[in-house]
Design a protein around this ligand. Structure first.
Ligand code: AMP
Ligand code: ZN
Ligand code: FE
Ligand code: FE
Length: 280
C-alpha cells in the first residue's frame, strides 16, 4: 500500500487539476491519495469521482491556514464535514484575507521594480477560490522577473520578505477545535519545517494533544531533515500522536515534492480511516 496524504491541485496553488492529479497518483503507483487544497473543499468531488474511475482511494482533505505566535502553521484535516458552519465561516474569512492582501503585495512589487498586473495574477489563479502567493509568483515568472516560484519566494514573497503582506490565519488551537468539531481528523503539516521548531516546541504539541485532541503530526515531509524526522517521530510516539508522511505535491509548482516521495504507513492510515469513520 502506497499512501500520500498531502497534495495540492489547481483548486488552490497546485498546477494539476483535481482530475489530473488523481490520474497522476495512479501513474505514480499510489493506492491512496488525499487532496488537501488550501482553505477550500472545491476540488474534492471531482477528485473522488476520478479516483473511483482509476482505482485510487481519494481521501477528502483540507490544509487550513492557521497561526501561532504570529507564525504561519498549516493544519491538515481529513474527513471534515464541509457543511459545518463554524469551520466554513472561518475558511471564508481566510479566503477573504487572501483576496484582501493581493493589492498590497502588487503595490510592494511595483515599488521594488518587479511589478505584475492584477490581470496576469488572475489568469494564474484561474477558478481557484483560494488565491495564494504562488499565483503571484507565477505572474512574476511570466513577466521575466524571476525564473521560478522558489526565486520569487526567496527574494520577495516569503514571510518577512520585502513584498510580504500579512493576512488572516486561524489561531492554531481554534483551528484544531474547528476540524475536530467538524468531525475531522487533525494533523499538523510540516510542524518543524523552515525554522518552525521554535514555534511548535514539544511542550506545545503535548498541550495541543492533551487539551485539543490533536490527532497527529506530519513527520516525513521534504521540509524536515533526517534529524528532525527522527526526533519528531520519537515525540509523536511518546505523545501518542499519529505520525504521517506525505509529498505536499504541487504539480510543477514545487520541485522535489513528487507524488509519493514520502508516504504514510498503512497502520497509521488504518487508524486515520477508523477515526474518520467513527466521527462521521
Ligand atoms: P500562501 O498560501 O499565500 O500563504 O502561500 C504559501 C504557499 O506557498 C504554500 O503552499 C507553499 O507551499 C508555497 N511556497 C512557499 N515557499 C515556496 C517556495 N520557495 N517555492 C514554491 N512554493 C512555495
Ligand atoms: Zn501550497
Ligand atoms: Fe503547507
Ligand atoms: Fe501543502
Amino acid at each position: 500500500m502506497r499512501i500520500d496524504l498531502h497534495t495540492h491541485s489547481s483548486t488552490s496553488d497546485g498546477t494539476d487539476t483535481p482530475d489530473e492529479l488523481v490520474r497522476e497518483a495512479a501513474r505514480a503507483g499510489l493506492d491512496v491519495v488525499a487532496l488537501t487544497d488550501h482553505d477550500t473543499f472545491d476540488g474534492l468531488d471531482v477528485a473522488v469521482a476520478t479516483g473511483e474511475e482509476v482505482g485510487v482511494q481519494v481521501v477528502r482533505g483540507l490544509e487550513l491556514s492557521c497561526a501561532h505566535r504570529g507564525a504561519s502553521v498549516h493544519l491538515l484535516g481529513y474527513g471534515v464535514d464541509p457543511a459545518d458552519p463554524a469551520l466554513a465561516g472561518e475558511m471564508q474569512r481566510v479566503r477573504d484575507g487572501r483576496e484582501g492582501r493581493v493589492a498590497g503585495v502588487l503595490a510592494k512589487l511595483d515599488a521594488l521594480g518587479v511589478g505584475v498586473s492584477e490581470e496576469s495574477v488572475r489568469r494564474h489563479v484561474g477558478d481557484s477560490p483560494s488565491v495564494g502567493r504562488p499565483h503571484i509568483a507565477d505572474a512574476m515568472v511570466e513577466a521575466g522577473h524571476v525564473v521560478d516560484r522558489t526565486e520569487a519566494f526567496d527574494r520577495y514573497l516569503a514571510d518577512g520578505g520585502p513584498a510580504h503582506v500579512e493576512r488572516y490565519a486561524i489561531p492554531l488551537a481554534r483551528g484544531i477545535d474547528l476540524v475536530r468539531g467538524a468531525s475531522g481528523v487533525a494533523v499538523i503539516a510540516h510542524p518543524w519545517g523552515r525554522g518552525r521548531e521554535r514555534v511548535l516546541p514539544p511542550d506545545l504539541l503535548a498541550q495541543l494533544a492533551a487539551e485539543h485532541a490533536l490527532d497527529g503530526v506530519e513527520v516525513d515531509h521534504q521540509d524536515h531533515d533526517r534529524d528532525a524526522r527522527r526526533r519528531l517521530r520519537k515525540l509523536a510516539t511518546r505523545l501518542d500522536l499519529l505520525g504521517t508522511g506525505s509529498s505536499d505535491y504541487h504539480g510543477t509548482g514545487k520541485t522535489d515534492h513528487d507524488l509519493g516521495c514520502n508516504t504514510t504507513a498503512p497502520e497509521v492510515f488504518a487508524e486515520i480511516s477508523a477515526r474518520m469513520a467513527a466521527r462521521r
